[in-house]
Design a protein around this ligand. Structure first.
Ligand code: AMP
Length: 485
């Protein structure tokens, strides 16, 4: 989900989320808690669980980590056999508690609770239209638009109302919807964000990533397909397709950075993708060096791949303090710079007197890389060769990954050599777009790599703050289909 632009401060769209749903288990809320715990990396600012207790939907949500938000007493307030949950990350402006999910409404179709991962690119238009007709919104989140559309649908069944609703929205959405005791899950026709189905005894589960099933000892079954609605109820799993066969747009950045490496996403192991990116990176940007050092945790698997392919030994030259949040999240430049030092410390015995290949997944503003190069040199590294397991990040994401405005992306304004100079590395090499997609095993026509290419698979209105720096961004047409525009 995302916040309206005016609520997102100066850093542009920021929305990263994880969703979970369960039908048919006596401890539905407890299992949702565990599922969200495994999905915490997808959003650390707020979380919530909604459960159907036979009469109404109860909801508990708040700001902070899942482990801090819930205790036994709070979970006990959520009895029932079906539940949905959400973790989210947003800006200071948009991180108000009322924007935490699931969002619960009593509607003419009964009580509904929704949790959404992704970003609806036409939410502002729809919201303006709905407000002009008298709808009252209680959050600044685009997800609420979905509930309004559900409530207004004249369809007789819930699944038809959901089909009507999804026919009106555009962009990225993996959603879970609790409607009375039933759980619905749906994925946008392009399948930007992951959503997968699992089974635990007689209970059915849906989650953003398979790592949530692993924690529950649940069996992963299959993905919710792009353009599919899945209904979990007493009849088991039923499926209704509302838009099949479109051009898919699986987000490659899920594999580069966002998803957990122990998850299978878009039918592929994330760890294996990262290793393949690293191997390819070693072929594209070889260098004479003594040790390959990952930036933990994001660069670990790519660095392994780089080391395997190059034959240069792998060494844990940086150690991470796991009790610090992601440095990227800190709002102020001063805190962010400081955050790198707090989070990562060099291991002198590994890096001292050595020529280092430093591998990370991406450079966003360049702050992290610069700090790390300085830290390694201060710890005695003689050379630091920065290697990035994805292409230059030149464009913001409009489909649900947190990225700053375009002008803050270092690769949007600087050439390779300027970036190298800025981060003070001895050399800098990025994986090529072609190389990344080859290692990902998917063509550009079935993926979304807009943050690297500027080719956005689903058009969006260009708001003031997202104006391209140099001319207009290309918008890639949906191959052969008009989509639901
Ligand atoms: P920067 O200092 O802005 O260049 O940030 C680069 C670091 O942020 C890299 O180590 C990445 O692993 C990490 N990163 C990239 N994208 C994101 C994201 N969407 N959220 C949080 N961290 C990210």
């Amino acid at each position: 989900m995302s916040d309206k632009p005016e609520a997102t401060g100066t850093r542009g769209f920021r929305e990263e989320c994880g969703v979970f749903g369960i039908y048919g288990h006596p401890d539905a809320a407890n299992l949702t808690y565990l599922g969200l715990y495994a999905l915490q990396h997808r959003g650390q600012e707020a979380g919530g669980i909604a459960a159907w207790n036979g009469k109404r939907i109860g909801v508990e949500k708040g700001m902070g980590y899942v482990a801090d938000l819930f205790d036994e007493a709070r979970l006990a307030r959520l009895p029932g056999r079906s539940a949905v949950g959400h973790v989210r990350y947003s800006t200071a402006g948009g991180s108000l508690l009322e924007n935490a999910q699931p969002i619960v409404y009593n509607t003419n179709k009964g009580p509904l609770a929704i949790a959404h991962n992704g970003n609806l690119v036409n939410a502002d238009e729809l919201r303006a239209e709905l407000e002009a007709e008298g709808s009252i919104f209680t959050t600044t989140s685009d997800t609420e638009v979905l509930l309004h559309l559900m409530a207004r649908s004249r369809a007789e069944s819930l699944v038809e109302a959901l089909r009507d609703t999804l026919g009106r929205v555009r962009g990225a959405y993996s959603i879970v919807l609790l409607a009375g005791e039933k759980v619905f899950a749906a994925r946008d026709p392009q399948g930007f964000r992951p959503l997968t189905i699992g089974r635990l005894g007689d209970a059915w589960l849906v989650a953003s990533e398979t790592c949530a099933f692993d924690l529950l000892d649940a069996e992963p079954l299959r993905d919710v397909e792009p353009g599919e609605i899945v209904i979990l109820d007493a009849g088991g799993v039923a499926s209704s397709c509302f838009a099949m066969g479109r051009r898919t747009a699986f987000c490659v950045f899920e594999h580069v950075y966002f998803a957990r490496p122990d998850s299978t996403v878009f039918h592929r192991s994330v760890a294996e993708s990262r290793r393949a990116f690293g191997r390819r990176l070693a072929r594209e940007h070889a260098v004479a060096a003594d040790v390959v050092v990952p930036v933990p945790d994001s660069g670990v698997f790519a660095a392994l791949g780089y080391a395997e392919e190059s034959g240069i030994p792998y060494g844990m030259g940086l150690v991470r303090n796991h009790y610090v949040g992601r440095t990227f999240i800190e709002p102020k430049q001063s805190i962010r710079s400081f955050g790198v030092k707090v989070k990562l410390n060099p291991v002198r015995s590994v890096v001292g007197g050595k020529r280092i290949v430093l591998v990370d997944d991406s450079i966003v503003r360049g702050t992290t890389s610069k700090k790390l190069v300085r830290l390694l040199k201060a710890a005695g590294a003689t050379e630091v060769h920065m290697r990035i397991s994805s292409p230059p990040t030149t464009h913001p994401c409009h489909y649900g990954i947190d990225t700053p405005q375009r002008k803050e992306l270092i690769a949007a304004t600087k050439e390779l050599e300027e970036i190298r100079t800025f981060i003070e590395a001895d050399s800098l090499g990025y994986l090529s777009l072609e190389g990344m997609l080859h290692a990902f095993g998917k063509g550009e026509g079935e993926t979304c790599a807009a943050c690297f290419s500027g080719r956005y698979p689903v058009p969006f209105a260009v708001a003031q703050e997202q104006q391209p720096l140099f001319g207009h961004d290309d918008v890639l047409p949906l191959g052969g289909h008009s989509g639901n525009r």
